[in-house]
Design a protein around this ligand. Structure first.
Ligand code: PBG
Length: 344
């Protein structure tokens, strides 16, 4: 006779191994983490960012000393953002691919110092454009799609030529993946460089500290016409599908925590494509300040949030907490240093 489901007795045994089996695919190893880095145009600078406590912008001459111990701890990939001051900004973001751009200068150095480090570069016009928008604007301040994707592809190719392994367009302009891919192909770079598309990027309150860190806020208007509205699930899926059709190699959902269902939806639709989730600046700051004011303990709240992001389906989490997490791994006795929800 069958037992009615409400009468089925599950064991209540608690042991670590059983517990780990119950959490499969939510472990976190060093390869599941990518660290965003802000590269300052002042070569000798280490600049604190008040809205992102304990995160700094580093000049080209200071980045090696910062990264060396973290790479030793197992860091495997970084995402570079260039930062420049107002005087270098113009309508077409000329400095984005100028030879003096700190990202272009730092890529070959990183590859020499850390040959096994995977280097991704964010591609966007906003940090270098006088108007602070992610594309090229018409005289009436409307996004000009064709000029925008041409310019973004030029910038992407300049980072690829400098030696980046991954190009990560974060602008959300239509058709930019196709344009980037075809320009990469013309340069013969297609097989050496991956395109990681910020495919499902939502307009979000959680980017505030980043705009301060990269000085990339829009000087007028906002990004509503090109970033996804918070409630849009179907539109997020079409944006992802479009990018896959155009040939992107890696997908991203951003921010992470408020969009776990979008992570799940994306992974279910494309299980074969590595999926990135960006735990953005506002999520970092929220966890930081929550812990500082005693709402929770940072380590366990962070573990819970990262486990949730992995459980939803992310293969790699882009997080400013990567150095801290790698330090925790080091203190753990296991040979395979993984972090699961219950490890202390
Ligand atoms: C640039 C870009 C942004 C972020 C990454 N690339 C800001 C934005 O879209 O306004 C946000 C990252 C973060 O908040 O940590 N387009």
């Amino acid at each position: 006779m069958d037992i009615a489901p409400e009468n089925v007795l599950h064991s209540k045994i608690f042991n670590d191994t059983l517990r780990k089996w119950q959490c499969s695919n939510t472990e976190l190893s060093p390869h599941n983490l990518m660290l965003p880095l802000f590269i300052s145009e002042s070569d000798d600078a280490i600049e604190e960012i008040s809205s992102l406590p304990e995160v700094c912008r580093f000049g080209v001459n200071r980045i090696r000393e910062f990264l060396e111990p973290i790479v030793k701890l197992g860091l495997q990939s970084v995402l570079l953002f260039g930062v420049t001051n107002k005087s270098k900004k113009d309508e077409i973001a000329s400095f984005a691919d100028a030879p003096e751009n700190p990202v272009i200068r730092v890529i070959p150095l990183l590859k020499t110092w850390f040959p096994n480090l995977t280097v991704a570069c964010d591609v966007c016009l906003c940090p270098y454009a006088s108007h602070g928008h992610c594309g090229i604007l018409t005289a009436d301040n409307i996004i000009e799609p064709k000029a925008s994707r041409k310019r973004l592809a030029e910038v992407a190719c300049s980072y690829a030529k400098a030696g980046a392994d991954i190009i990560a367009p974060s602008d959300m302009m239509d058709g930019r993946i196709k344009e980037i891919k075809s320009q990469l192909a013309e340069l013969g770079l297609i097989s050496r460089v991956c395109v990681l598309s910020y495919s499902a990027k939502f307009q979000s309150n959680f980017y505030g500290p980043f705009r301060d860190a990269a000085d990339s806020g829009a000087k007028f208007g906002d990004r509503r016409c090109y970033q996804l509205p918070c409630g849009s699930k179907g539109l997020a899926l079409s944006a992802v599908k479009r990018d896959v059709r155009e040939g992107c190699d890696l997908l991203m959902v951003k921010p992470a925590m408020p969009y776990l269902d979008i992570i799940k939806q994306t992974k279910e639709e494309y299980p074969e494509i590595p999926l990135f989730a960006y735990q953005v600046s506002g999520e970092y700051a929220m966890l930081y300040h929550g812990a500082k004011s005693g709402v929770f303990e940072l380590k366990s709240a962070l573990k819970e949030s990262l486990t949730g992001i992995r459980r939803a389906g992310a293969d790699c989490i882009i997080t400013y907490y990567s150095p801290k997490i790698l330090k925790w791994f080091q203190k753990m006795p296991q040979i395979f240093k993984t972090l699961s929800a219950d490890d202390e």
